[in-house]
Write a protein that binds this ligand. Structure first.
Ligand code: FES
Length: 173
């Protein structure tokens, strides 16, 4: 038997054993008693509390690059200069957002003129003064915004995200 034939044979056996498991699972499913209750679904995610920066590091209306809830999830902190939804800090003007477009995952760029995050892929735009609300384009959800906490030393912590990050089944992997 050639090497290639051997691999095909292994693949066939794996497929057949998987089919057997599926059949067994289907048979077991038909035997569940009528009174059985499904376990309640758990949609709750435990987010890490991660220090992203200190207030002193932010410059007004300039994107400060961060990542949350892990290194593979890029985002920004912004000090917008006026109190906004979800804003933290003494002036309620510090916000954080994912910078991965919720449409197809292109990286977003900050435009300080109208305080939006903009997608070079298909031109979706998200208003940073309105909780990341989509104001233009193909995306079908608003931009995920961080829940921020600022301690007495001015350290900024992210402790949650309000929308599903692009490409994930759960924000915390
Ligand atoms: Fe951003 Fe399509 S990837 S609008």
């Amino acid at each position: 038997m050639s090497h290639c034939d051997h691999l095909v044979d292994v693949g066939r056996r794996k497929f057949l054993s998987g089919a057997g498991l599926a059949a067994a699972g289907a048979a077991a499913a038909t035997m569940v008693p009528v009174h059985a209750k499904a376990a309640p679904g758990s949609a709750r995610v435990d987010y890490p509390s991660n220090r992203l920066a200190n207030i002193g590091e932010l410059k007004p209306n300039e994107a400060f690059n961060v990542a949350y809830p892990d290194a593979d999830a890029p985002g920004v902190l912004l000090k917008l200069g006026k109190r906004v939804p979800g804003g933290a800090g003494p002036d309620g003007d510090i916000v954080g957002f994912s910078t991965i477009c919720p449409h197809k995952g292109f990286p977003l760029n900050y435009n300080g003129v109208d305080k939006t995050l903009n997608c070079p892929g298909h031109y979706s735009r998200f208003d940073c003064e309105s909780g990341g609300q989509q104001v233009w384009g193909h995306a079908t959800q608003n931009l995920p915004q961080y829940m921020l906490r600022i301690d007495g030393k001015g350290d900024i912590y992210a402790e949650g995200v309000d929308e599903l990050l692009y490409g994930r089944l759960s924000n915390v992997l």
